[in-house]
Ligand binder design. Structure first.
Ligand code: ADP
Length: 620
């Protein structure tokens, strides 16, 4: 298996989980692999497909994904094809004719096609050794992505089983709650599957949250400091996409845009500009990304806070799929939760539902939004927060995220917390954060005067503290469940179930503030403002390891890659990934044998591109 991995994909070792899944498949046992995006699920069925006699059928939901995978496989010297609605009837007939002759090792197919006469006829006589189901959660009606076509899988496998030719069935997904997991096993007809859940951690991703005063400026600064690198900038709305993209383009950054308000044609063109590295940056709504397999995305910048941790991790996870260092930066503003709330309340898809259903779904959405808001405001290790949320309990700080790297000072704010809770109580749990903070700081705000709040006991009690500090204390109280924020349109603060803990002498409520940096570093801190993305976010792997000469070579290799990709009309990352180029810069191979030592260079690619890249390295 390892030899196949080296020969076709140029990698030396399997990643955690891959080996176990492959061994199981080879032993003839069904598997269910739950692995995060970018963990390397495809290899888990592609290697067995190569090792087994016969053909592997891969059920995949997305046309773009199939196309990308098939291009990559053919590049690696593996005969593969896809059959979906992007082909003409003639092309489909031709593909089936080739398939009947056993020309393909791997065939990607849309789930709906399993139920067509042509496929039926083919599968009656074909030697199908393996059926792999990608994005297997689509079979579950619990999830958001239910796709009825996936129900065809079980019937198809059962049909072969009746004839005594049951192939090994394997299913893969990145998302799985308990319900979805059970559904996958049952609805796909997995037989006593070996279920493997690999860690959700993506070690090469660096997470950071900033709270800039001016998001436009922060985004521009960040993108500029990553000039030439491929990145995705996500915005919550179409208008946001337009605005941010215009701003970047005005400053000379080649950026493409993508949202559902554009014509199909324009969207495809812009997507291709990005995928083919003609434009390094794409500014997009969350409509962009499903099925995008671009491996050299070096950063994902969220201009707004997303609506859930699930969304965030999936979008951010599109960075660094090649395993090289990549960054995931979220720009947070205190008004983000309210904007998201508005978007959730007005979701198109809800129009068809009953009042009760709508209420139930909104409640669930708001719960997810809360989790996301906590992520955006926590001063704890961000990775720990993510992993704990996804059910991987860890107590260790990662020392590789914005919060671990920041210089924080801990402050005991128990007394402040008590005053806040007193104030909420005194105001009968009927007002929102702004008014509470105003009262505590002794504000003369018209509403406060009108309601006569100046006579409250807590009025002006915390007048010496900055507004941002009080907001942080409230964040901490919310996280501790000492306060809760109602889910109304104008959310109010109420006492939470554990507020009594504040009476406990032993209990300490703490917040962290960033230690002010020296003036010359130009970074402001201590007021919740986090700046200087570049300095703070460091690359642990990848290009961070290159010196100036190495970097110069990297640029030359990149040019070569672009030229070759253009000739062959494939995306550059299909030729070689960024990580492979970096490895070339580090190892500087001089011969073909040495070239084979580079991670990501297999026999087929050596044959095709080895010489061209050796020339560049020798000339450097
Ligand atoms: P997923 O489907 O889980 O999101 P992919 O199968 O697309 O992930 O793999 C992500 C990237 O990791 C690809 O560029 C792939 O070539 C690479 N990869 C997979 N397995 C290995 C490995 N064992 N060593 C190095 N790179 C790998």
């Amino acid at each position: 298996m390892k030899q196949l991995l080296k020969k076709y994909f140029g990698y030396d070792d399997f990643r955690p989980g891959q080996k176990k899944l492959i061994d199981s498949i080879m032993a003839g046992r069904d598997v269910l692999g739950i692995m995060p995006t970018g963990a390397g699920k495809s290899i888990c069925y592609q290697i067995p497909a190569l090792a087994m006699d016969g053909t592997a059928i891969v059920v995949s939901p997305l046309i773009s994904l199939m196309k990308d995978q098939v291009t990559a496989l053919n590049q690696a010297g593996i005969h593969a094809a896809y059959i979906n609605s992007s082909l003409t009837e003639n092309q489909i007939s031709l593909a089936f004719a080739n398939a009947r002759q056993g020309r393909y090792k791997i065939i990607y197919i849309a789930p709906e096609r399993l139920d067509t006469p042509q496929f039926y006829e083919y599968s009656e006589m074909a030697d199908i050794a393996l059926v792999a189901v990608d994005e297997a959660h689509c079979v579950s009606q619990w999830g958001q992505d239910f796709r009825p076509g996936y129900l065809n899988v079980a019937a198809f496998v059962a049909r072969l089983d009746e004839k005594g030719r049951r192939p090994v069935l394997c299913a893969f997904t990145a998302t799985a709650t308990k319900e979805v997991k059970d559904d996958m096993v049952c609805m796909l007809g997995l037989k006593d599957p070996n279920v493997l859940v690999t860690g959700f951690d993506r070690e090469n991703l660096y997470f950071a949250v900033q709270r800039p005063k001016d998001k436009m400026k922060a985004a521009l600064g960040y993108v500029m400091s990553h000039a030439g690198e491929s990145g995705i900038v996500y915005c919550n709305t179409r208008a946001g996409v337009e605005e941010v993209c215009d701003m970047l383009v005005e400053h000379g950054i080649p950026a493409a845009r993508y949202h559902a308000g554009m014509s199909n044609e324009e969207r495809m063109e812009n997507q291709d500009d990005f995928i083919f590295d003609r434009k390094p940056v794409i500014v997009a709504t969350n409509a962009f990304g499903m099925g995008i397999d671009k491996s050299n995305v070096r950063y994902v910048l969220h201009f707004n806070m997303p609506q859930s941790m699930e969304n965030y991790y999936q979008e951010a996870g599109r960075a660094g799929r090649d395993g090289g260092a990549a960054q995931c930066l979220l720009l947070y503003a205190p008004k983000d939760p309210a904007t998201n709330r508005f978007l959730l309340e007005n979701k198109e898809s809800k129009k068809e539902m009953t009042e009760d259903e709508r209420k139930e779904i909104l409640e669930r959405d708001l719960q997810r939004l809360k989790v996301m808001t906590f992520y955006s405001t926590t001063k704890e290790c961000l990775r720990k927060y993510i992993l704990n949320y996804f059910g991987e309990t860890t107590h260790m700080d990662c020392h590789n995220c914005g919060n671990c790297d920041a210089d924080f000072e801990k402050h005991d704010v128990t007394e402040l917390g008590r005053q806040v809770v007193n104030c909420v109580y005194e105001m009968r749990q009927r007002f929102g954060i702004n008014i509470i903070v105003g009262v505590l700081r002794g504000s003369k705000n018209a509403k406060i005067v009108r309601y006569g709040f100046e006579s409250l006991k807590t009025y002006g009690k915390l007048a010496d503290y900055a507004e941002s500090t009080l907001r942080q204390v409230i964040d901490a109280l919310l996280q501790e469940d000492m306060l809760i924020q109602t889910a109304d349109r104008y959310p109010v603060l109420c006492l939470g179930k554990s507020y009594e803990k504040l009476k406990d002498e032993q209990f300490q409520l703490t917040i962290k503030t960033e230690v002010r940096k020296s003036a010359e570093s130009g970074e402001t801190a201590g007021n919740g403002e986090r700046a200087g993305a570049k300095g703070k976010i460091k690359g642990a792997l990848g290009k961070g390891a290159l010196d100036d000469a190495g970097f110069a070579l990297f640029e030359k290799l990149r040019q070569k890659r672009l030229a070759l990709a253009k000739e062959e009309r494939v995306p550059p990352y299909i030729v070689f990934s960024d990580k492979t180029l970096v490895d070339m810069c580090l190892k500087r191979p001089q011969t073909k044998e040495e070239m084979l030592e580079v991670s990501g260079v297999g026999a087929s690619k050596l044959e095709k591109y080895g010489e061209a890249f050796l020339q560049v390295i020798k000339g450097a």
